[in-house]
Design a protein around this ligand. Structure first.
Ligand code: HPA
Length: 271
């Protein structure tokens, strides 16, 4: 059996899959909607790239079709996913330009469809979220970041907010008291949906700004884009180097989901 393709979900500033060899655009139809992806390979290892915000960054975080995105990767045989995300930092010491590998999340989103298991014939499914981010993928990413001398913090809590507004300074103070390290708008439900399908999933978060109230200035989306534009090359280098190794990393993620989503059973597209 061939190697399973590794999935990359590109967030803000990581739109361009030109680093994939033999890049080929494809549309994947899912029970949740159609998804544009690019298939290709990195040093012979198959990979699928998906732009989370759609063409031209048209979809704001609360409008992203997270279920279709994750399902499309799974349908293409992807079992391991590395996502990128722009985040604000909750700590002075974690400056813009730093990378962080999330190992926990706090979910403050609201009004998003956050599950494949909505009751009905599929029954009730509760997915374990004790360790949401794959330990094996994180370790591979950490080791490569060290080799590339990138400023990366291995471990930290990602606070997911609904957006599209930025947070108030009081919200950021509260998130810090709760143990948050970085804040972003897209990490949840993506990680949850990936775990529901039994995918290994890791997030490389790039700090683009100090969170509200830390910098003493107002936040703009432009500064997020500017920092991302300057730093996204290091994220791409990291991914390019590590992707061919990810299929082989050992981990203790559960693998196949305990139950398939009803839509997958109806489609007959089980793994
Ligand atoms: N808050 C929420 N999401 C973000 C931020 C932020 O400060 N920076 C980049 N994405």
């Amino acid at each position: 059996m061939g190697q399973a393709p590794v999935g990359v979900i590109g967030g803000t500033g990581v739109y361009d899959p030109a680093w994939l060899d033999g890049a080929e655009p494809r549309t994947v139809d899912t029970p949740y909607g159609s998804v544009a992806v690019v298939t290709g390979s990195v040093d012979g290892a198959p990979a699928v790239f998906l732009n989370r915000h759609g063409a031209g960054h048209a979809l704001p975080p609360h409008r992203v079709n997270y279920r279709a995105n994750v399902y499309a990767l799974w349908r293409l045989g992807v079992r391991r996913v590395v996502a990128t995300a722009a985040v604000g930092s909750l700590h002075r010491a974690l400056a813009p330009g730093h990378l962080l590998l999330a190992d926990q999340f706090l979910d403050f989103t609201k009004g998003r469809v956050a599950t494949f298991f909505d009751g009905g014939p599929g029954g009730v499914v509760h997915t374990d979220m004790t360790e949401p981010y794959c330990r094996g993928l994180r370790e591979a990413l950490r080791a490569e970041a060290v080799a590339q001398r990138l400023p990366l913090t291995a471990g930290g809590t990602y606070v997911a907010t609904e957006g599209p507004r930025f947070e108030s300074a009081a919200e950021i103070r509260a998130f810090r008291l709760l143990g948050g390290d970085v804040v972003g708008m897209t990490g949840v439900p993506e990680v949850v949906l990936a775990r529901e399908l039994g995918l290994c999933y890791a997030t490389v978060a790039l700090v683009t700004n100090y969170a509200a109230g830390l910098a003493g200035a107002r936040l703009t989306h432009q500064e997020v884009l500017d920092v991302m534009a300057r730093q996204s090359a290091s994220v791409r280098h990291l991914l390019r180097a590590v992707l061919p190794r990810l299929d082989a990393v050992a981990c203790d993620c559960a693998g196949a989901p305990a139950a398939l989503p009803p839509a997958a059973r109806e489609e007959g597209t089980g793994p």
